[in-house]
Structure formats: structure tokens, C-alpha cells
Ligand binder design. Structure first.
Ligand code: UD1
Ligand code: UDP
Length: 437
């Protein structure tokens, strides 16, 4: 007998996953055809990094807290794998939802894949192409084993297609962070800052990336850059960064920067109000880069790559690269621009919303149509999945596939590579030839 509800296991464990899953979790609870199960891994466990968001955002009650906590990458991932597997074996869901690029995301996806449970990856296809970032490894690994891809932007969808993901498994569902920013707009306006914050500072800072804060020289340079900013700076400090400042004996140095105030990690609505009121935000956070462009605050990103390039192309996000002094330079320039009405330009938010309901609705439809898994191949019939998105010279359009020589990466490389144009070409089974798309 067919089941009348689809069981969805949400796996989350860090601050950005809680925030970015907000609209998806609410849409799942609201849908009578869905039986949602919420699994919190406990990767983040301080009150300010987890529980404060569950309470303030009135999120559904978590069914499990796995209490995995911190560790080295492998140690933490191993603990995540064991506890998640145990929980999935108990729950036997129809689908597992993971979001983004954390170790919780990786372990959630890997546990599900080994149990042959289909994986829906929310925020699939984001790429920084920087393999020094643990998050890039997680993104690639999760996308390699997912079954359904929810791309938050056109760029992310194109990344997935260019990696050969089947077109009918990639959904341009919108960006879940647009949902939470918009849905909390009204209640944010009523928020008052507590005595620790007092009033909003012109510059808001968040820094927590391993590559920025785990190296003493880099962290010292970043803090020195903050001391060169011409206005007041408020810095809600991530526990990783706090720990490193103490470990590297930089506490006194930080305390002696007159324009800088370190505060504890803030609740979501307070943080967003600080962001809206700031003239500039300096960050290495993925989520903050997105939120900045949505609310219209100029952003300086303390990194040399971003998985959100559309924020840079739209004009609202400035990549400072590896140079720490460049951060202060860019920030001071943007502060000056903020005073000059002829310099301030409004940019377009490149992201779409309504992602939560779209994700849940498409999942229910795939479940009903028994399409949670991609179609299985039968190679006995001579079928082999050929890449359908390749780089070819313009004069190869419409060529027979057998005439195109492929290099090791599977790209067409005939002709003058310098003049090669990027084309989306499609293999037409009926005509046995490459068709322009
Ligand atoms: C993780 C994610 C990162 C994401 C970030 C969001 C991975 C590999 N990284 O990084 O992609 O941007 O979350 O904030 O999953 N700690 C506490 N209390 C907590 C949580 C952490 O004290 O509640 C401290 C611990 O010392 C821990 C360190 O922070 O060792 C790092 O925590 P971890 O979860 O490993 O990585 P994040 O830097 O938080
Ligand atoms: N955030 C918050 N309080 C803070 C700092 C950040 O609520 O003090 C929110 C922020 O609005 C964004 C999310 O945390 O939605 C980003 O999380 P983080 O920077 O930890 O992770 P990343 O997005 O880089 O993975």
C-alpha cells in the first residue's frame, strides 16, 4: 500500500545550516504530505551558535541532538558518520536533506549514500575553485553523491551542468537565505540592541574561516587592518576566532585597538539589524556576503575567491584578495563613498526567493512520481552517459560527436583553443549527432 506521507530527514548542525534551512523546515512542517524529522548533529553547541537561533526563529523542535561537538576534520566527520548512520537506520526516511558545505553536510550525505537513501542537496553547485578550503572539498564530495540538486543561483546550476550532472536532476529553486531575510524583515524593525551592543557601528566584521584565523601571521595582519579603519568597528566573534586570538596571545593587541569592539556572536535578528545599519561589512562568511547584497550593505570579502561570484558581478561585494592592508583600503574608500550621494549606486540582488516551498513541493512530486533516484543505466544496451556540456570551437557546432577529439577532462579540443568559445552542446540520440543547445 502506498504511504500517504513522505518522510524527510533534515540533517543540520551549524549556525548557517539552521538559518538557511529556516524556510525549508517551515515549508515541510506546513505540508500535510510530509513527515519531517529534524536531526541536529551538535557540530555547533554553544548557546549563541545554535539554541539561540532555534528559539528566536521559533524553529520546529529538533527530534535528535547527536551532540558530536568539535574535533579535527576526520575525527569530527567520523563521529558525525557513526551517529548519523545510527539515526538514519532508525528513521528509514524517503529522502535526506543536507545544506551547504560543512562537515555535517558531508557526513549527512555520505551516511545516506551508504544506506542508499536519496540525498537532496540544498545550495548545490556553489564553487570557489579553492581546494585549500575544507568547504570546497565538502561541496564537491556532496554533489558527487547527491541525487537531487537545489541550485541557489544560475551560476551554481551551470557549475553542476558543466560537471555533467543530469539536467533533470538540477533545480533552480531560489536561495533560501532570501526567504529568511524577507520573512524576518518586519520583526527585525522592532529589535532593540542590548547594552553590550549599544548602537550600531559604521563597520561590522565577521571572520572565522580556517585559512584566515588558524594562522597567527594572517590573523595578526587581519586585526592590524581593522585598526586602520577610520570608523568604529563591531566584531561579533566566532568561537574559533576567539579561541585562536587567545591561543596566539593576541588578546592584549586586540584590546588596544581603540576603534574595535569584540562582542559575543549575536542572535540572527540583531545581527541582521547591525548589517542593515552598517555602512560597510567586512567578512569571510558565505552567508554574510549573500545577506549584504540582499539588504544593500557594501561588502568587503577577506578572501581571494568566493562561491558567490554573482555578488561581485552585481557590484556589491569586493574581494580583497590575500592582502590584509587592501581590506582597510577598500573599507575606508567605501566609507567615503557612503558619505557622497553621487558615489552610492544601488545594485540588483542577484538571488531569487521562495526557495523553501519550491524545494518541498518538488521533492513531494518526485516522491509521488518515484523519481527520487536518477534513472538507472543499462550498459548491456550499449548506453553510456556522455558529457553533454563541453567546450568546442564555434565551427564544431552541429558536428558529429565522433569527429570531436576529447582531452583528458572530456572537453572537445579540436581547433585553435585560443579562439574556442564556450557553447552548450547536446548529444542528440535520435540524430546521433551533437546539437547546439
Ligand atoms: C564550520 C564550518 C564552516 C562554516 C562555519 C559556520 C566545517 C568544515 N566548517 O566552521 O564551513 O562556515 O561552521 O560558522 O564544517 N566552537 C565552539 N563552540 C561551538 C562551535 C565551535 O567553541 O559551538 C569552536 C571549537 O573550538 C571548534 C572550533 O570552534 O574546534 C571550530 O568549530 P567547527 O565546527 O569545527 O568549525 P567552524 O569554524 O565553526
Ligand atoms: N550570524 C548571526 N550572528 C552573528 C554572526 C553571523 O546570526 O553574530 C549569521 C549571519 O546572519 C548568517 C550566518 O550567521 O546568516 C552566517 O554564518 P557563518 O558566517 O558562521 O557561516 P558561513 O555562512 O560562512 O558558512
Amino acid at each position: 500500500m502506498a504511504k500517504d506521507q513522505m518522510k524527510m530527514c533534515f540533517i543540520l548542525g551549524t549556525r548557517p545550516e539552521i538559518i538557511k534551512f529556516f524556510s525549508v523546515m517551515n515549508a515541510a512542517v506546513a505540508n500535510t504530505e510530509v513527515n519531517p524529522v529534524f536531526i541536529h548533529t551538535g557540530q555547533h553547541y554553544d548557546y549563541e551558535m545554535s539554541q539561540s537561533f532555534l528559539e528566536e526563529l521559533k524553529l520546529p523542535k529538533m527530534d535528535y541532538f547527536l551532540n558530536v561537538q568539535s574535533g579535527t576534520h576526520s575525527n569530527q566527520t567520523a563521529n558525525l558518520l557513526t551517529t548519523i548512520e545510527r539515526t538514519l537506520l532508525l528513521e528509514k526516511p524517503d529522502v535526506v536533506l543536507v545544506l551547504g558545505d560543512t562537515n555535517t553536510t558531508l557526513a549527512g550525505a555520505l551516511s545516506a549514500a551508504k544506506l542508499r537513501i536519496p540525498i537532496a542537496h540544498v545550495e548545490a553547485g556553489c564553487r570557489s575553485f579553492d581546494y585549500d578550503m575544507p568547504e570546497e572539498i565538502n561541496r564537491l564530495a556532496v554533489d558527487a553523491i547527491s541525487s537531487i540538486y537545489y541550485a541557489p543561483s544560475e551560476v551554481a546550476a551551470l557549475n553542476l551542468l558543466s560537471e555533467g550532472k543530469p539536467k533533470n536532476r538540477v533545480f533552480l529553486a531560489g536561495n533560501t537565505i532570501v526567504d529568511i531575510v524577507h520573512e524576518t524583515q518586519e520583526i527585525r524593525s522592532a529589535i532593540r540592541f542590548d547594552s553590550e551592543i549599544g548602537e550600531a557601528a559604521p563597520v561590522l566584521v565577521t571572520l572565522h574561516r580556517q585559512e584566515n584565523v588558524d594562522d597567527k601571521t594572517r590573523l595578526s595582519e587581519l586585526l592590524r587592518a581593522l585598526s586602520e579603519i577610520k570608523e568604529k568597528v563591531v566584531f561579533p566573534i566566532h568561537p574559533r576566532t576567539k579561541k585562536r586570538i587567545e591561543e596566539f596571545k593576541l588578546t592584549e593587541f586586540v584590546d588596544n585597538i581603540p576603534n574595535l569592539r569584540l562582542v559575543k556572536p549575536q542572535k540572527y535578528l540583531t545581527f541582521m539589524k547591525l548589517l542593515e545599519k552598517a555602512k560597510v561589512v567586512i567578512t569571510d562568511s558565505g552567508g554574510v556576503q549573500e545577506e549584504a547584497i540582499i539588504v544593500g550593505t557594501p561588502c568587503v570579502t577577506a578572501r581571494d575567491t568566493t562561491e558567490w561570484p554573482e555578488t561581485v558581478w552585481a557590484g556589491g561585494n569586493h574581494l580583497a584578495g590575500r592582502s590584509a592592508p587592501r581590506i582597510a583600503e577598500l573599507c575606508n574608500q567605501l566609507l567615503e563613498d557612503a558619505e557622497d550621494p553621487t558615489q552610492t549606486t544601488k545594485w540588483r540582488n542577484p538571488f531569487q526567493g521562495n526557495a523553501g516551498p519550491t524545494i518541498i513541493q518538488t521533492l513531494v512530486t518526485l516522491w509521488k512520481d518515484e523519481e527520487l533516484w536518477p534513472q538507472k543505466l543499462d550498459m548491456s544496451q550499449g548506453k553510456y552517459p556522455l558529457p553533454w556540456l563541453v567546450e568546442v570551437d564555434a565551427d564544431l557546432e552541429g558536428e558529429f560527436l565522433t569527429n570531436v577529439e576529447f582531452d583528458k577532462e572530456g572537453r572537445g579540443v579540436i581547433g585553435n583553443k585560443q579562439q574556442a568559445v564556450r557553447r552548450i552542446i547536446r548529444w542528440s540520440k535520435a540524430e546521433n549527432r551533437v546539437r547546439n543547445h
